[in-house]
Design a protein around this ligand. Structure first.
Ligand SMILES: [Zn+2]
Length: 87
């Protein structure tokens, strides 16, 4: 790949060996024709989506733990600990 800044041929390198220019970003922009602002918005959207997915799973786990705790507490209260302790 040729560096767009200093026109040095860099082969398969993504960062220019002469001036240190990051060429991968430029190549991506040419293909996708998207601005940095759009890209940042898309990245934020993807990050937000995965955050909510993880948050939802964590929330379900917390609910299950709390529910089972209260069920156990209810069982203990109803039986005086007999069922849970197996006596
Ligand atoms: Zn360069």
């Amino acid at each position: 790949m040729k560096c767009p800044r200093c026109m040095t041929e860099n082969g398969n390198r993504t960062i220019c060996s002469k001036c240190g220019y990051f060429m991968y970003r430029v190549a991506n922009q040419n293909v996708e024709k998207r601005s940095n602002t759009q890209r940042a918005l898309d990245d934020a959207k993807i990050a937000g989506k995965s955050f909510w997915r993880i948050f939802r799973i964590v929330w379900i786990i917390i609910v299950i733990i709390v529910m089972s705790f209260w069920l156990l507490a209810l069982m203990m209260w109803l039986t005086g600990g007999q069922v849970v302790l197996g006596q």
